[in-house]
Design a protein around this ligand. Structure first.
Ligand SMILES: [Fe+2]
Length: 400
């Protein structure tokens, strides 16, 4: 089996697409794999803004002179390492703050659940509750940024929409502070992130939670969550926060104009909207969804890096990678010693050398007593990232 990565302009009927490489779209509307039968299908793929896909040459026609998936991944790895290896994370931890951050996240998820459930029941938006939640998240993200980046995405048993809202708010808070945005703007951005998907409470649950591909009509209904959210906040009498509003209104706009609801392009999207779009996708693809499994955060960063050439504001996407790291907290990594570890936080000297909790030995094929190692102070080093699925490792169990 040879998987190759090809531009959509090289796609021909008879080729078998094994991955549309389009998770910056918020819900699949193509089957994840497909034999291409007509030029019209290729036009539809291209019209959706998809520019690079993976084909399986064992199941369909080949594309000569195109790189294999492995070669393409190596190219991205090299470019990423060149761009970021010498960088240092700006967000240094003040103590690890894991317990405090876990408590904060638990409280915020409860508050968002209450807030959103009220909307689902037809009540107007409890705006004071939203502001209070955002304030607490801003404070938590300022105190323990690295813990927020690690823990925001975890405990996946919670309902996705509530968990995702809190996680995007925390990560946007950390990112905006790294970007040295003024305090009042960080508060507005976080408030916008808490509310960015509130309109989903107006989407019928059978569409919102559908475990498979959405039909075009269902996709249109899903997209109405942005307008529904805008209506909900406009109904709030004292809602006078244009920055928060734009986070909500623009989080599905894409830099290349392929987003919705307005197909805004480039700088026509507010900085908050562009930041939120990046983080919305990052959080979505690193979480288990009803229709697909989470990917490793390290893999997600490589996707963002690739997509930043077109779908995202490149400068902001690269800045975001500097914030989360090239092996973000929560990534499973393989070390030169053959051991596997989970990245806990970034190290003090290089994004290549985070602090890692070692949990597994691939040479002896067994779990080891967990031990935390700062790679910039030892002799071991990262040789690559690994899918947790492949090793059947329940990462969350090692992060309590
Ligand atoms: Fe959304």
């Amino acid at each position: 089996m040879t998987i190759k990565k090809i531009p959509v302009v090289r796609l021909r009927p008879g080729m078998f697409v094994s991955d549309f490489n389009a998770d910056w779209l918020d819900h699949p509307f193509f089957l994840s794999q497909k034999l291409i039968r007509s030029d019209e299908e290729i036009e539809r793929i291209s019209a959706a803004g998809i520019d690079l896909v993976y084909i399986d040459t064992a199941r369909g026609a080949d594309a000569d002179d195109m790189p294999t998936a492995e070669e393409a991944a190596n190219q991205i790895e090299q470019a990423l390492t060149r761009a970021f290896a010498d960088e240092v994370a700006q967000t240094q931890p003040a103590g690890d703050g894991m317990q405090e951050t876990n408590r904060l996240i638990g409280n915020a998820r409860r508050a968002v659940r209450e807030l959103f459930t009220g909307v689902r029941l037809g009540n107007s938006l409890d705006f004071q509750q939203a502001i209070e939640t955002a304030r607490q998240l801003v404070a938590g993200a300022a105190r323990h940024p690295q813990a927020c980046l690690l823990l925001g995405r975890l405990n996946r048993s919670d309902d996705y929409t509530f968990r995702h809202s809190v996680s995007v708010a925390l990560v946007l808070g950390v990112f905006a502070r790294d970007q040295r945005r003024p305090e009042s703007e960080i508060e507005s951005l976080t408030l916008g992130a808490v509310l960015h998907d509130v309109g989903k409470m107006k989407v019928p649950p059978d569409i919102l939670n559908k475990p498979s591909t959405l039909a075009p009509a269902e996709m249109r209904v899903m997209h109405t969550h942005v307008a529904a959210g805008m209506r909900l906040v406009r109904e709030v009498e004292d809602f006078l926060d244009p920055i928060a509003f734009k986070v909500l209104a623009e989080h599905h706009e894409r830099y290349d104009g392929t987003g919705y609801p307005h197909g805004l392009r480039g700088e026509a999207i507010s900085p908050g909207g562009r930041m939120a779009g990046i983080i919305d996708v990052y959080d979505a693809i690193t979480a288990d969804r009803v229709y697909r499994r989470a990917i490793n955060p390290a893999e997600a960063v490589r996707k963002l890096f690739e997509w930043s050439e077109r779908h995202f504001d490149r400068g902001l996407a690269h800045a975001f990678i500097k914030t989360v790291g090239i092996f973000p907290a929560g990534s499973l990594v393989r070390l030169a010693s053959g051991r596997l570890g989970i990245v806990l936080r970034q190290g003090e000297s290089s994004l290549m050398m985070p602090v890692v909790r070692i949990i597994y030995d691939t040479r002896r094929l067994c779990f080891v007593t967990p031990v935390d190692v700062a790679l910039d102070q030892g002799s071991d080093r990262i040789v690559g990232h690994e899918a947790a699925d492949r090793w059947n490792i329940p990462l969350e169990r090692f992060l309590d």
